[in-house]
Design a protein around this ligand. Structure first.
Ligand SMILES: Cc1ncc(COP(=O)(O)O)c(C=O)c1O
Length: 426
């Protein structure tokens, strides 16, 4: 089946669901076990089935199967938020004493998660500024267990050279984890370019209506976890499952099976079935929205590029943008809704711009149906030091836009009048 068919109808059979053509919401916590042996087999992971909604749920399962198919993976795990997805994707293979090599061009919340919270758990992160793949390779050592990057980074709008990162990771027997939130599976499939694990905040483009938090981890099934002693947590016997080895029992599904059976069970950051349902509704129209987001964002970027009060604009599909060539390679269908620009002015000018928008909404979200304006230095990236901000290319006059689905002429008109007020009336 092609992308839209999977997104709209995949993995749901009305005849097995009392002929309901939409996916039913299984808003239940527990499941009736047929008999005692069946219950015991479920707890030993000998049979597949539902035990408790913290671990699996039929509504969520439809979303998981659709997202795994749309990204080209063998399996996926939906969780309560994008942050949970990033956390589980790393904790599934990293323990105290291990290290991660991560791009510095990632969402500020992920920088905090990796650099502060995981650091406290004894996992060290080497952040790499910029996009030079040699720098990633130089940071790898005998303790490194993975490379982590975003495909299309928020808010720098940089494009990762996934093929090169995968080559480096595999040369050192490491998996490459790609957060594909901003590109979405419609614009880019990182697995096709060698990524091993893909994560998303489904809160953004996939759910899209600003009403459902969620995240997903998708396993390509391609990484050989037996290739190095570093992944004993997947290859050796797990005492919490009576000595089961994930690679021996689940083969290509080892990583995702462990993420569910161990981490989701123990940490408990499960998605609610209702949020899975809302995310399924969003997913049905993903391709249509991504086309509109991308075409409107390019029009807005061109408008800003020609505006006398705008110093610079970053949007990878603008000719001359430093990521233009990579965008042509990795994002042929469009470069999503995110762009940023710097106003010719200071913090006061940027503040004035945000205070004067009427249609645009001042909030911290992306991929919403509505156009959202954000001031990263004072909000999403507030916790970063000035050195980190500088390395991330985030200045005090940088403004991020996530272009929504309103008429693009109205969006441009609102930006134009707010720019006028910011420049001439500060
Ligand atoms: C690229 C990216 N990854 C992950 C996250 C975290 O997602 P959530 O807000 O669903 O926890 C965000 C949030 O903005 C994001 O932009």
């Amino acid at each position: 089946m092609k992308f839209d068919t999977i997104a709209v109808q995949g993995f749901h059979n009305p005849s097995q669901n009392r002929n309901s053509i939409s996916v039913p919401i299984y808003q239940n916590t527990a499941y009736n076990f047929d008999d005692v042996q069946y219950a015991a087999d479920l707890f030993d992971l000998k049979v597949a089935g539902d035990i408790y909604t913290r671990i699996s749920n039929p509504t969520t399962q439809v979303l998981e199967e659709r997202l795994a198919a749309l990204e080209g993976g063998v399996g996926s795990l939906c969780v309560s938020s994008g942050q949970s997805a990033s956390m589980i994707s790393v904790l599934n293979i990293a323990k105290a004493g291990d290290e991660i090599v991560a791009s510095q061009n990632i969402y500020g919340g992920t920088i905090n998660l990796l650099g502060v919270t995981l650091e406290k758990l004894g996992i060290k992160v080497n952040f790499i500024a910029g996009n030079n793949s040699d720098d990633f390779e130089k940071a790898i050592n005998e303790k490194t267990v993975c490379i982590f990057s975003e495909s299309l980074a928020n808010p720098q709008i940089s494009v990762a050279d996934i093929e090169k990162l995968a080559e480096i990771a595999h040369k050192h027997n490491l998996p490459l984890i790609i957060d594909n939130t901003v590109a979405t599976p419609y614009l880019l499939n990182p697995i096709e370019f060698g990524a091993d694990i893909v994560t998303h905040s489904t809160t953004k483009y996939i759910a899209s209506h600003g009403d459902a938090m969620g995240g997903v981890i998708i396993d390509s099934g391609n990484f050989d976890w037996t290739c190095s002693d570093k992944f004993k947590c997947l290859t050796e016997k797990d005492p919490s499952y009576h000595g089961l080895s994930y690679t021996e029992t689940f083969g290509k599904m080892a990583y995702i099976a462990k993420a569910r059976a161990l981490l989701l069970r123990d940490i408990g950051c499960c998605i609610s079935p209702f949020n899975s349902y809302l995310t399924i509704l969003g997913l049905e129209t993903l391709s249509l929205r991504m086309e509109r987001h991308s075409s409107s964002a390019l029009k807005v970027a061109k408008f800003l590029q020609n505006h006398p009060s705008v110093k610079s604009v970053c949007y990878p599909k603008l000719e001359g943008d430093k990521y233009y060539d990579l965008a042509q390679k990795y994002l042929p269908k469009g470069a999503s809704s995110l762009l940023n620009f710097t106003i010719d002015g200071d913090r006061k000018t940027a503040t004035k711009f945000i205070e004067n928008v009427k249609l645009l909404i001042h909030a911290t979200n992306i991929g919403d149906t509505r156009t959202i304006v954000t001031y990263p230095a004072l909000t999403t990236h507030r916790q970063l030091t000035s050195k980190q901000l500088e390395e991330c290319g985030i200045s005090e006059s940088l403004i991020r836009l996530s272009i929504g689905l309103e008429d693009v002429d109205d969006i441009i008109e609102d930006i134009a009048q707010a720019l006028d007020k910011a420049i001439f009336h500060t």
